[in-house]
Write a protein that binds this ligand. Structure first.
Ligand code: NAP
Length: 332
């Protein structure tokens, strides 16, 4: 693809589409062309605020020939159909997390994109943050020796704007697909592999979705991880990584720009601590936008930072946990 701007379209004019539009506007190699909504008037209002055009149906947007890549910003339950629509019209696709609701849907999209020769990626934006890339580099350099355990908590009282879809089984609600996916992705990315053993528990909401959950992982390397997450409980948003010669505190691990490295050299006494502070954009979505642009220009059909096999495997991991809990969505 020549170095002309990458032309974006958005399906779904809800909460997250606004933040994404801002990120595209900041990317010098991108241009946001249009947004489509199935809700009458919503696309027009969004488009007017952002200064782009509007399509009054998804079909109309994917049929345009002035769009290269479509960002799927609908609720999880619609991701598969919306992404398939775009792929079947020759568009590359970036899908909000979770990629789909379950692994068979994810595999279907991966196969479709491969058959069509198109780019496809899950918008797990945290992976592309400079801080995450630096953290991975430091771990590879064994800055805390061999990582033995990770402990992550990630929770809060969901804002009113997110609550309706979070509690609704018909929209694939629940904390695991919405929030748990971040710490799961975090540990798998840093471990460089998927866990070989998984144990989990969840507390259901009155509406029958997972409101709070804990996951325990063991990896082939021997590393373990413990995660707790909730959309209805204020929790510290932090990751602590424990290695053989030190540990790392990463507060605000989902989007923060700083972490601290503490060395103990294999004893119970910390010898020294060092802060790592990175320059990171306020809207962290800009890094995933840049990665999509890079991939499209390089002719890559998936990002090496979030390969399709990993996206599908993490969906399967979450399927298995939901099956253990007896959480099946009404449309599954
Ligand atoms: N990366 C992040 O930080 C982040 C943050 C929040 C959300 N997300 C992800 O982004 C996606 C959208 O989340 P959101 O909070 O933006 O969702 P939302 O505003 O509640 O809904 C997004 C769009 O989905 C469609 N929709 C919602 N509820 C519907 C219903 N009951 N029936 C039919 N269509 C419905 C609408 O599309 P139309 O406009 O076409 O009517 C709506 O504009 C989710 O998959 C979520 O996981 C990511």
């Amino acid at each position: 693809m020549p170095d002309t701007p990458i032309r974006w379209g958005i399906l779904g004019a809800g909460n997250i589409a606004h933040k994404f539009a801002d990120a595209v506007a900041q990317d010098p190699d991108s241009m946001l062309v249009s947004v489509a909504s199935n809700t009458p008037g919503k696309a027009a209002a969004f488009a007017e605020a952002v200064g782009i055009s509007a399509d009054e149906s998804y079909q109309s947007l994917v049929g345009r020939d002035d769009i290269d890549v479509v960002y799927i910003a609908t609720t999880h339950n619609f991701h598969t159909d919306n992404a398939a629509l775009a792929l079947n019209h020759g568009k590359s696709v970036l899908i909000e997390k979770p990629f789909t609701v379950n692994a068979p849907q994810a595999q279907f999209l991966v196969d479709l994109a491969r058959d069509k020769g198109l780019f496809l990626m899950e918008a797990i934006w945290t992976r592309f943050l400079p801080t995450m890339i630096e953290l991975k580099k430091r771990l590879n350099e064994q800055v805390i020796g061999e990582v033995q355990h990770m402990n992550l908590t990630f929770g809060g009282f969901a804002p009113d704007k997110y609550r309706p879809r979070l509690i609704d089984p018909a929209l694939a609600g629940g904390v695991t697909l919405d929030m748990g996916i971040y710490p799961i992705s975090f540990v798998c990315y840093l471990a460089g592999e998927l866990p070989v053993q998984v144990q989990s528990l969840c507390q259901f909401s009155d509406t029958g979705v997972d409101e709070r959950a804990t996951y325990q992982f063991r990896f082939a390397s021997g590393m373990t991880a413990s995660i707790a997450t909730s959309y209805n409980l204020k929790m510290k948003q932090e990751a602590v990584l424990y290695g053989t010669t030190g540990y790392i505190d990463y507060p605000d691990f989902q989007s923060g720009s700083a972490f601290a490295i503490h060395h103990h050299g294999g004893t119970n006494d910390v010898d020294d601590s060092a802060a790592v502070q990175l320059d990171q954009a306020d809207n962290g979505f800009v890094y995933q936008v840049a990665e999509v642009v890079r991939c499209l220009r390089a002719g890559e059909r998936e990002s090496p930072l979030i390969p399709h096999t990993e996206t599908v495997a993490i969906m399967a991991l979450m399927d298995d946990m939901r099956q253990q809990w007896g959480l099946r969505y009404p449309f599954e």
